[in-house]
Design a protein around this ligand. Structure first.
Ligand code: SIN
Length: 524
């Protein structure tokens, strides 16, 4: 039986989920489920903006080139081209509709600069509250065919004859439910909470990746983890993000003596790609130096960056000193669930969008402000694709799901400490081997789905994902972007160019991806 109204479950509530929901027509009923509050997403925390080549001195070609350079030639160039050009159109549409981006006195979007961009091309909103502004704007566009449910914790996917047919979820009381659908869209973010310091919302625990994996989807590029160079750090504890836009406005990194640490390290100095800056800070910290962001040259800091200013004041920073103590923290996972240009995974009727997906846009290191852009584009394209699909209504009356979960006997903090020690900014074989063995040897408790807590479910996913991430990091015997091996400090194109490390159905393998590094030359 073919019905014209499709039922789609979207898991997550960030920009990609909202872009999907605001693009899809009333031919679909959309159930959006999020495990905490609607506002618990990385998008809400995104200070830096959305990149789009708006300036007359800029072009799609240049934005593509900057994305490829930051991505260390591990990007899928056709995807980069498609996302940058469609992204520009979608951002133009938002501006034309009245989405409140910051403007110049002439009434055009104000463009900022961030790391590894050769020209100003970052649109901001609310100064340093771009993600929150976009999320609220898109939420206000949603029609009555979008139904939003908070505290609906999706824990697994229902799979029948290899296709995704719905989700298993827990309510606030811990009761287990199932819900079938014609398709499921995962927009669950990456895995920031695998590390001790992170810019991510605490709810981002890799659940979507592991659900997709259990359903049979491919995970790729897990070794490429981006650390943001500047988290405000007080007494060794990260307090929150200090946007790269602050360096874009003229701030620079210095040590306790005022020595500028990025001078001579990279031609773009303080605005070098994030992996380069994060490693330089890590190196200085290893030598015992304190690291500061000098903001003295930024006029009207509290007006330009109101949320960061407030965070600093709350944390007791002496703003008159013009120096913010900073250190790097986990920010973004370049890898994720393998998808095509519409967000379709290798499992029929299962989509992934946003940071949960691996589209090939970011390569080995994401260019600043390309993630809101990717979320906007992929959510939109997935919605268009969903409209086109003729879906055979499934007639499955009941289906089984994982009843017993393996939960490692350790705390999330312990896992974070191990990941931070051995699999963070700088890695080597010895440390990764110790970590892998440690993770694999942790005894596990078998817990029934009816009594397992949300905390235990998250830990189970984090642990299983950490093992896969570490295996990938061990296998890639080179350094590229967000994956730096002290024992293989150089890029090895002969061995690794265009190759992805993939996890699928209990196997790990190296896949030659013909689209990575291929030249398309279709710029407009
Ligand atoms: C930032 O504001 O520095 C973060 C923006 C991004 O990650 O793209």
């Amino acid at each position: 039986m073919v019905s014209s109204i499709k039922k789609v479950i979207v898991v997550g509530s960030g920009i990609a989920a909202l872009s999907f929901a605001s693009s899809i027509s009333e031919n679909c009923q959309v159930i959006m489920m999020t495990k905490k509050q609607f506002s618990s997403s990385n998008s809400m925390l995104a200070q830096g903006g959305i990149a789009a080549p708006f300036s007359p001195h800029d072009s799609i070609h240049q934005h593509v080139q900057d994305t490829l350079a930051a991505g260390c030639d591990h990007n899928d160039e056709r995807t980069v081209q498609e996302i940058v050009s469609l992204g520009k159109q979608l951002v133009e549409q938002l501006v034309a509709e009245g989405c409140p981006f910051d403007q110049t006195e002439a009434g055009v979007p104000q463009l900022g600069k961030e790391g590894a961009h050769t020209t100003p091309r970052i649109l901001h909103a609310g100064g340093d509250q771009t993600g929150k502004t976009l999320v609220q704007y898109l939420k206000n566009q949603l029609g009555s065919h979008i139904h939003l449910y908070e505290y609906h914790h999706v824990i697994d996917l229902l799979v029948h004859e290899g296709a995704c047919i719905g989700v298993v979820w827990k309510d606030e009381k811990g009761n287990v439910h199932t819900m079938t659908a014609d398709a499921v869209v995962l927009s669950t973010g990456g895995c920031g909470s695998l590390y001790e310091t992170s810019t991510n919302d605490s709810s981002v625990t890799g659940d979507g990746l592991m659900m997709a994996y259990r359903a049979g989807a491919q995970l790729a590029d897990l070794e490429f983890v981006q650390f943001h160079p500047t988290l405000l750090t007080i007494a060794g504890k990260a307090v929150g993000l200090v946007s790269e836009a602050v360096r874009g406005e003229g701030a620079y990194l210095e040590d306790e003596t005022g020595r500028r640490i990025m001078k001579g390290v990279h031609p773009q100095a303080d605005l070098a790609p994030r992996d380069v800056v994060a490693r330089a800070i890590f190196h200085e910290q290893q030598l015992g130096h304190g690291l500061y962001l000098n903001i003295r040259e930024i006029p009207h800091f509290s007006v330009r960056f109101p949320a960061i200013d407030e965070m600093c004041q709350r944390a007791g920073v002496d703003m008159a000193s013009g120096r913010l103590p900073v250190s790097p923290g986990m920010h973004f996972l370049m890898g994720g669930i393998c998808v095509n240009e519409y967000g379709e995974t290798t499992v029929p009727s299962l989509f992934a969008i946003g940071e949960a997906a691996c589209t090939g846009l970011h390569g080995a290191n994401r260019l600043a402000s390309n993630s809101l852009l990717e979320g906007l584009v992929l959510g939109h394209k997935a919605a268009l694709r969903m409209e086109q699909l003729s879906i055979q209504k499934n007639t499955v009356s009941s289906c089984t799901f994982q009843e017993v979960w393996s939960v490692p006997a350790m705390s999330k903090d312990q896992l974070r400490q191990w990941m931070t020690t051995y699999a963070a900014i700088v890695r080597d074989e010895k440390g990764l081997q110790i970590l892998l063995q440690t993770l694999q040897e942790v005894p596990c408790q078998q817990i029934n789905v009816k009594i397992i807590t949300n905390e235990e479910l998250e830990l189970s996913n984090q642990w299983a994902l950490a093992i896969r991430l570490v295996k990938s990091a061990l296998l890639r015997t080179e350094s590229r972007g967000g994956h730096y091996r002290m024992d293989y400090p150089k890029r090895n194109d002969d061995l690794w160019r265009g190759k992805q490390i993939v996890h699928e159905k209990g196997r790990i393998y190296v896949m030659k991806n013909e689209r990575i590094g291929a030249k398309w030359n279709v710029y407009s």
